[in-house]
Design a protein around this ligand. Structure first.
Ligand code: GLU
Length: 326
C-alpha cells in the first residue's frame, strides 16, 4: 500500500467538512428519543486514524455525542467473540430494505431479524452477550439482573479499543431511550414470542438502551474502529480484538446493512463499510488503511447524517479509500 502523507489526509479532512457544511440544515435532528432532540444541528466533525497511528481531526472532532446504532458494530464483535458462528442462527446477514425499527419483516420471517445492524437484530445480538445467571439486580440504578455485567463489558470494551477510559455511557440518554422505547419493546417481545431471546425482554433492552447511549467523540470512534481495518488486530497495541473471519464478516455486514435502507446509496457514494447512528455519527472502515468517523446531527429521511455522509463521500474520494478502487 502506498502511504499517503499525513498533510494530504489533513487537507482532505478539512476539504470534506467545507463540502459538507452547506448541508447542515438539510437534515433533521432525531426527535423520537427526547434526549437527542435538543442537540445543536450545526455540529460537524471528522477524525481519521491510520493503521500506523497517525491522526487527523477537523471541526468538532473531540466533542462527545451519542453513538446510538454505531454501538451495534461493537456488540456484534463481542457476540461473535463469545458465541461464534452460532450467532447467525439467531440473526441473518442480509440487507433489510426496511427502516431500522421496522417490525414487518420480523413477522413474516418468524422472529429472526435480517441483520445485526437493525434494531431487532441488534437486540438479538445483545441478548447473546449477556451471561446467564448474572448477579440479581434492579437495585443499582435500576439496571436489571444480568444486565449490569454486560453493560460494564461493553463500556470497558469501548474504552479498550478507543484507548481512552473517558468513554462512558450517558445515563440520561439511556433513561430517555427506555422511556420512549415502545417500538424496541415491541420488537423484543415479538422475538421473545418466537423463542429468539434467551433472556427476559427487559434485561436485554436494559443493555441495548445503555449501549446506544455510549457517548464518544469522532476521534475516539475512529480509534475504536481501527481493528476492523486491520483484520481484527489493533495495529497500535498488537492485541487481537476479533478473528480475521469475524472481522471480514463484520465489514461485509456493515457494507450491506450499515445505513438502514440507504445502505446501497452509501456503498455507491462512499465505498467503505460503515455504520450510521441516529445521533448523527458515522463510522467508516478503510481496510488496510484506517478508520474515519464523522458527526453531524441532522439526519436524512433514512436516519443517516446528511452532512456526515457528504463529508465521508468527499473524504473517501479524495484519498481514493473506496474498497472498490484498484
Ligand atoms: N437507540 C436507537 C433506537 O433504538 C438507535 C437507532 C439508530 O441509531 O439507528 O432506535
Amino acid at each position: 500500500m502506498t502511504r499517503l502523507p499525513i498533510s494530504h489526509i489533513q487537507e482532505a479532512a478539512e476539504a470534506a467538512l467545507n463540502v459538507a457544511r452547506p448541508y447542515l440544515r438539510e437534515g433533521r435532528v432525531a426527535s423520537y428519543i427526547p434526549a437527542l432532540s435538543s442537540v445543536n444541528p450545526d455540529h460537524l466533525g471528522l477524525a481519521a486514524v491510520t493503521l500506523d497511528g497517525h491522526t487527523v481531526t477537523a471541526g468538532d472532532a473531540v466533542t462527545p455525542f451519542s453513538i446510538q446504532s454505531i454501538s451495534k458494530v461493537f456488540t456484534l464483535t463481542l457476540a461473535l467473540n463469545k458465541v461464534g458462528e452460532k450467532l447467525w442462527a439467531r440473526v441473518g446477514r442480509e440487507p433489510s430494505g426496511t427502516a431500522f425499527n421496522s417490525i414487518v419483516q420480523l413477522e413474516s420471517e418468524a422472529g429472526r431479524p435480517r441483520n445485526p445492524l437493525i434494531n431487532a437484530g441488534a437486540i438479538a445480538t445483545t441478548d447473546q452477550i449477556i451471561n446467564s445467571g448474572g448477579a440479581s439486580g434492579g437495585a443499582s440504578g435500576g439496571v436489571l439482573g444480568g444486565a449490569r455485567e454486560a453493560i460494564d463489558d461493553i463500556e470497558s470494551f469501548l474504552q479498550t479499543v478507543a484507548m481512552d477510559t473517558a468513554v462512558e455511557i450517558d445515563l440520561d440518554v439511556a433513561a430517555s431511550e427506555a422511556a420512549a422505547g415502545s417500538r424496541n419493546r415491541s420488537l423484543a417481545h415479538f422475538m421473545a414470542a418466537f423463542g429468539n431471546l434467551t433472556h427476559p425482554v427487559e434485561t436485554v433492552l436494559d443493555v441495548y438502551f445503555h449501549q446506544c447511549a455510549l457517548k464518544m467523540t469522532c476521534l475516539q470512534l475512529a480509534r475504536a474502529g481501527l481493528y476492523l481495518a486491520n483484520e481484527g488486530v489493533d495495529p497500535l497495541t498488537g492485541k487481537r480484538i476479533t478473528s480475521v473471519d469475524h472481522c471480514r464478516q463484520i465489514n461485509a455486514v456493515m457494507m450491506q446493512c450499515g445505513h438502514y435502507d440507504n445502505s446501497g446509496e452509501f456503498a455507491v457514494r462512499v465505498g467503505l463499510p460503515g455504520k450510521s447512528g441516529v445521533g448523527g455519527g458515522i463510522l467508516a472502515i478503510a481496510p488496510g488503511k484506517g478508520a474515519v468517523a464523522v458527526w453531524s446531527p441532522g439526519l436524512n429521511e433514512a436516519g443517516t447524517s446528511f452532512s456526515g455522509a457528504a463529508a465521508l463521500e468527499h473524504f473517501s474520494a479524495a484519498l481514493d479509500w473506496s474498497v472498490f478502487s484498484v
